[in-house]
Unconditional design. Structure first.
Length: 137
């Protein structure tokens, strides 16, 4: 069974997400615009791990995003970061992880961007698992 197929995103907590995005823009040339996130597009011919496995014609992407320091999105983890891994079949993977004794957090959610599930690693870091939707990277 194929598990993670690539990194879908890296999320960091910040005291001031807008200011931190501006710092990354100024010093690393990462243009966030008015947002606190950006997306790196991965054309299939350049990076296989970036492909939207559910629709190979749609290039994948990796998100880099800031969350407010007081955000509860990473809960129950106290870590200031969360990694999102792209997966091919979220429902099957969650079932397999349950069988293996991995701590599952919350219920699977389906959004316009695809399906999301969460687990905890042994050191208390929350990990987001993402199965991209048909038309979204």
């Amino acid at each position: 069974m194929q598990r993670a197929t690539g990194i879908g995103g890296v999320f960091l907590k910040a005291k001031d997400p807008q200011a931190l995005a501006a710092w990354y823009d100024k010093h690393l040339g990462l243009s966030f615009g008015e947002n606190t996130y950006l997306s790196f597009e991965c054309p299939p011919e350049q990076e296989r791990a970036g492909v939207n496995e559910n629709n190979p014609a749609v290039p994948g992407s990796t998100v880099f995003s800031f969350f407010r320091k007081d955000s509860n999105y990473f809960d129950p983890s106290s870590s200031p970061f969360m990694i999102n891994f792209r997966v091919k079949d979220l429902l099957s993977l969650i079932e397999k992880l349950k069988e293996e004794g991995v701590e599952i957090i919350g219920e699977i959610q389906e959004e316009i961007y695809g399906k999301f599930g969460w687990i905890m690693d042994p050191e208390g870091n929350k990990i987001e698992l993402w199965e991209p939707g048909e038309g979204k990277p």
